[in-house]
Design a protein around this ligand. Structure first.
Ligand code: HEM
Length: 447
């Protein structure tokens, strides 16, 4: 495709307080471009219209796409009286008890409730689990034969989040391990498709999602019953125990259905994203021998500054979640020189923000050094921002760090000048098209 498919609406003025330029294409065409060719569409429309432009698409309706770092920051920091949660949102997959469904006071209360397991010392405690799961998954990695890393990374991150959420292993978790991956794949694809108003039958995608939900709830309700009869429930630090002990302001506990919705949210939001970033880590390192060598040396000496910079650069250069959305609640929202009307969706095109050459010179280049010894620019927003910033950001960072550390300690990754893997959209996350292919050898001296 070329960028000539998108034409400028020259009738729209850009005087202060006016509507941003509008993409003039039929609504269904814009919908197809946004869902099927998002990166291409956003990049080319930005080139044509500038960093703020309006679209009209089937699922989100009239929307404004923002690629400018300062304006993205203004959106993230806006009052929730002006910008509320995007509608519709992922609670249509996770359920109405999910944090994704909540707004205002309820949202703040749920975030407060969920905060402890995602902070400081709690996250440090997960390091052991992450290392164990990495060693378990990599124990049988083939030597000298190319293989995709994305699926192994998905298994590691799913096992880690399952153990974090439920605090233990067991038959129920084995069952969840088998049903969650196909659900995540289907759920991602269906996340932004409108649900038909009529029943589509048990074998349709919607029917299969409903069946997954029945199986998931049945398993989680059994785990809730088990936990409630656990005499050590008060001492437990897992997320299930935390939700069961929590009380709303009026003293009532969360219903089992709300607990189940929230646990599904953390399992769903908390594993594919991190796994996709790890898939990109291997895709990038295979093609960057100098960076890989520096990481290995630093790791052998026990450091992690360059590894942290590499993780930041990965999340910038190969942004996995390219969307943070809000909904204009106020009569209008003034964004820089633009006035966005009530009812509009505001979408931050995170990958475009990360490709801003003023903040990140030569943005196409993969170069962790840009993050060494400097303050992280406010334009680095892989986890979104403001009151809805990703709750698992610190958790994901530790997970990325420990998985990479463990694999670099035990394996030599072969490098070559293979062409970059294409960027593939899985419905929610952007992943390496061939699954992050690498060839490894086991390090003989590894501990
Ligand atoms: C590299 C990994 C991850 C990336 C790139 C990522 C990215 C994001 C982004 C962009 C948002 C939307 C933020 C906004 O609208 O401002 C988000 C929200 C969220 N993420 Fe993550 N995430 C990651 C890992 C995780 C993990 C590990 C968990 C949980 C264990 C998690 C749980 C959530 C939840 C619950 C929300 C909704 C927050 C709310 O609405 O208040 N994420 N994430």
């Amino acid at each position: 495709m070329t960028d000539t498919a998108v034409s400028v609406d020259t009738t729209v003025s850009t005087t202060p307080g006016k509507m941003p330029p509008v993409v003039r294409l039929p609504k269904p065409v814009q919908g197809v471009l946004l869902s099927g060719f998002r990166r291409w569409f956003q990049q080319n429309a930005q080139k044509r219209y500038g960093p703020v432009f309006a679209i009209n698409v089937p699922f989100f309706g009239r929307s404004v796409i923002v690629s400018d770092p300062a304006l993205a920051r203004q959106v993230f920091l806006a009052s929730t009286d002006d910008l509320m949660n995007v509608q519709p949102n992922l609670s249509r997959i996770f359920g109405p008890g999910s944090v994704f469904a909540l707004d205002g006071k309820e949202h703040r209360a749920r975030r407060k409730l969920l905060a402890p397991p995602f902070h400081g010392q709690s996250i440090k405690n997960y390091e052991k689990v992450i290392e164990e799961e990495t060693l378990r998954e990599t124990a049988n990695w083939p030597e000298g034969a190319e293989f995709p890393t994305l699926e192994p990374m998905n298994r590691i991150t799913l096992n880690v989040i399952l153990r974090t959420v439920f605090g233990a292993d067991g038959a129920e978790l084995d069952f969840l391990r088998t049903i969650i991956p196909p659900w995540a794949k289907l759920g991602s694809r269906m996340a932004t498709l409108p649900e038909p108003p009529f029943s589509t039958g048990p074998y349709s995608p919607w029917g299969r999602l409903a069946e997954f939900r029945r199986n998931f709830d049945r398993t989680v309700f059994a785990l809730i019953d088990k936990a409630k009869s656990d005499p050590r429930l008060d001492e437990r630090t897992d997320i299930l125990a935390l939700l069961l002990r929590s009380r709303y302001d009026d003293g009532t506990p969360m219903s089992p259905q709300d607990v189940s919705d929230e646990l599904l949210t953390l399992l769903g939001a908390g594993h594919e994203t991190t796994a996709s970033t790890l898939g990109w880590a291997f895709e990038r390192l295979r093609r960057h021998p100098d960076i890989l060598a520096k990481l290995v040396d630093e790791n052998d000496e026990g450091g992690n500054e360059f590894r942290q910079a590499t993780i930041q650069e990965l999340q910038r250069n190969r942004t996995v979640i390219d969307f943070s959305g809000r909904h204009v609640r106020a009569p209008h929202f003034d964004l820089g020189e633009w006035r966005i009307p009530h009812g509009y969706t505001v979408m931050i095109a995170i990958a475009n923000v990360h490709a801003n050459a003023d903040v990140f010179p030569d943005p196409e280049r993969f170069d962790p050094n840009r993050f060494v010894g400097t303050r992280t620019p406010t334009a680095w927003v892989p986890f979104g921002g403001g009151t809805r910033r990703c709750i698992g950001a610190a958790f994901a960072n530790v997970e990325l760090d420990v998985v990479l550390r463990t694999i670099l300690r035990h394996f030599v990754i072969e490098t070559d000048d293979a062409a970059d893997e294409k960027i593939h959209f899985r419905g929610i996350a952007f992943t390496p098209k061939n699954g992050g292919l690498i060839t490894v050898r086991r390090r003989k001296a590894a501990a």
